[in-house]
Design a protein around this ligand. Structure first.
Ligand code: M6R
Length: 588
């Protein structure tokens, strides 16, 4: 998605805005722009590319003024060109806005404004906000009214910040996150606390239909009808600020390496929350689990783990499809929503659909101030710290460790996650030591056109996850296949150019999966085994250490993450910022 930020205070706005945008760049990196107000004049600089590049070419940080707004874009409406970059002004340059979200009725509004003589300069849906504000401001010369009228005309999801040339900074939110950061010398308003956490941990989390008016040091919050709203400041955890790459070249690599200890943190839950969470599951008539992308793969594993180790029958539905299959839910059902960000639109839509049926909502979420956490009857915290790399890595293994923990709480320690966590952590460390070997191997297969990943049972979701990592990081077509399904069609694709990775650990799936390996080998494919019981059939073997059988999925995903990361480097892709993607997908 996009990131938006505004600042008004005693400091020079531009460097603060650019710094905040850099921290939030995971949300979108197609283009960047900043507008500042200096001596009553608005200056806008914007261009396509990442924050560092655009700052270098346009000197964003040098812009003068103590009031301003900034934006990084993940394009939805209109191509990736300079004119579509935010901030957008209207016909005159007496105001500018930055927007995150989608204005569903933008076409209709644009036609109305065109008839009034407004001239549009971009192909974006966002520009209508600037023109609406301009229109209503001109009508009554009252910014508060202009904000209310504008917000009431918009349909869809939005968070926007507007700067006016009379030195007012305003913002509003509906279904997109927006947070005020309070410092001694001024205020930030941004999409994520990371936008201001270097300067303050005091924050106000705005709600839907909140409008912020900031004139000088005077901050007030009203709703779309103009009623005053009270919002209490909260303190944000400072550890969220831990968003530096440290000694690592990329956030993604750092986050892969963090997993040997992040899996512990996720097991440190409040006792009452775990009890409530597990009671709700144990007493539900039926349990649905949902998530998108990587979090969906966690949901698929939840089905295996909860049914095998705690005898809970679970239905898993990917979030983008959930609304079409929610008829079965009622007030005795429970939906477990899994999400790193807690802001994924498809996940929030599933929650809405479940709520409409009267079902309870539980969530497993990393960002505890997110919409998902707030919409849940009870949530468990993933606690893996900020995940900046667009590809989910540590949040996946931490989500899994919570799922195992829940299964053990309900079923009586059958997965053994708590008792075997040291062993698991050491095994993850050992797998991380294979990085240079995996990097060499990645060089050998970097030109592959297709990579297939096969596995059975609880290894199948890991095949899907490994394939997703290779697709998004290295831009290579990759497919996770349930190994037994090979003969029902996919085998037709296999020839001597195919690269096939097989998850073949020493468990109840070993023999059957090995026989799939033979079938693939006889078609001439290059075969890679990820296993703790190596076999000569494999052209290349990535050895994984021994861990308790139930925990193998958490371990075998590590070499796949490392492989995807190194394939990305070999293919000159930036692992932190895969093309066309954003960390947090708040459109449906
Ligand atoms: O924040 P969420 O866990 O809800 O995000 C869901 C997906 O958008 C996310 O997992 C996405 O697929 C990642 N890029 C995968 O690496």
């Amino acid at each position: 998605m996009c990131s938006i930020i505004g600042y008004s205070g005693v400091g020079k706005a531009a460097p603060l805005l650019v710094g905040g945008l850099q921290k939030m760049e995971y949300r979108g990196y197609d283009s960047v722009g900043v507008a500042t107000l200096n001596s009553g004049k608005l200056l806008i600089r914007k261009g396509i590319g990442k924050v560092e590049e655009v700052n270098k070419s346009l000197g964003l940080k040098e812009m003068s003024g103590q009031l301003g707004i900034g934006h990084t874009r993940w394009a939805t409406h209109g191509g990736i060109i300079d004119s579509n970059a935010h901030p957008h002004s209207a016909c005159t340059t007496n105001l500018a806005i930055v927007h995150n979200g989608v204005i569903e009725n933008h076409q209709e509004l644009k036609e109305e404004l065109l008839k009034k003589g407004h001239v549009f300069k971009s192909e974006t849906d966002s520009e209508v906000i600037a023109h609406l504000l301009e229109h209503y401001w001109a009508l009554k010369n009252d910014i508060k009214e202009a904000m209310m009228n504008t917000c009431n005309r918009l349909r869809g999801s939005f968070a926007f910040v507007a700067v006016f040339d009379d030195s007012t900074l305003c913002a509003a939110r509906y279904d997109e996150p927006l947070i005020i950061g309070i410092t001694a010398g001024g205020y930030f308003i941004s999409s994520d606390v990371l936008g201001f956490l270097d300067y303050t941990d005091r924050a106000i989390f705005l709600d839907n239909r909140d409008i912020v008016l900031l004139e000088g040091n005077n901050l007030s919050i009203i709703d779309f009808d103009g009623e005053k709203v009270e919002r209490t400041p909260t303190q944000v955890a400072w550890e969220l600020a831990d968003s530096d790459k440290g000694k690592y070249a990329y956030f993604t690599l750092k986050e892969i390496y963090e997993q040997s200890h992040t899996i512990f943190k996720s097991m440190q839950q409040k006792k009452e929350s775990v009890e409530t969470f597990c009671d709700i599951i144990a007493n539900a008539k039926d349990v649905f689990v949902t998530g998108s992308g990587t979090s969906y793969h966690s949901a698929l594993l939840a089905k295996h783990i909860l049914s095998k180790y705690s005898q809970i029958r679970v239905e898993t539905v990917v979030s983008s499809e959930f609304q079409y299959s929610s008829e079965l839910l009622d007030e005795n059902s429970v939906l477990i929503a899994i999400s790193q960000s807690g802001e994924t639109a498809d996940v929030l839509q599933s929650v809405k659909a479940a709520r409409e049926k009267g079902a309870k909502v539980l969530s497993i979420v990393n960002v505890t101030t997110s919409s998902l956490a707030r919409l849940s009857d009870c949530f468990l915290e993933v606690k893996c710290g900020p995940e900046i790399g667009v590809a989910a890595t540590k949040s996946f293994t931490s989500q899994l460790s919570i799922i195992y923990y829940i299964a053990d709480t309900i079923g009586g320690n059958l997965t053994g996650i708590s008792t075997n966590r040291m062993e698991l952590s050491k095994a993850i460390e050992k797998s991380l030591e294979l990085e240079s070997k995996i990097a060499e191997f990645a060089a050998q297969i970097k030109d592959a056109k297709d990579i297939y990943i096969l596995g059975r049972s609880n290894h199948f979701p890991i095949c899907l996850e490994g394939a997703l990592k290779i697709k998004e990081l290295a831009y290579i077509h990759a497919e996770g296949i349930a190994a037994g399904e090979l003969k029902h069609g996919p085998l037709a694709l296999i020839d001597k150019n195919s690269v096939v990775i097989i998850l073949n650990p020493d468990d109840s799936t070993y023999i059957d999966t090995l026989s799939n390996a033979h079938v693939v080998k006889s078609r001439g494919a290059r075969l890679i085994g990820i296993t703790n019981k190596p076999h000569l059939i494999y052209d290349y073997c990535i050895p994984i250490p021994y861990v308790k059988e139930s925990l193998l999925p958490m371990l075998e995903v590590i070499p796949l993450q490392i492989l995807a990361y190194h394939l990305a480097l070999h293919n000159n892709a930036n692992p932190d910022y895969p093309r066309n993607l954003a960390k947090c997908v708040t459109v449906r």
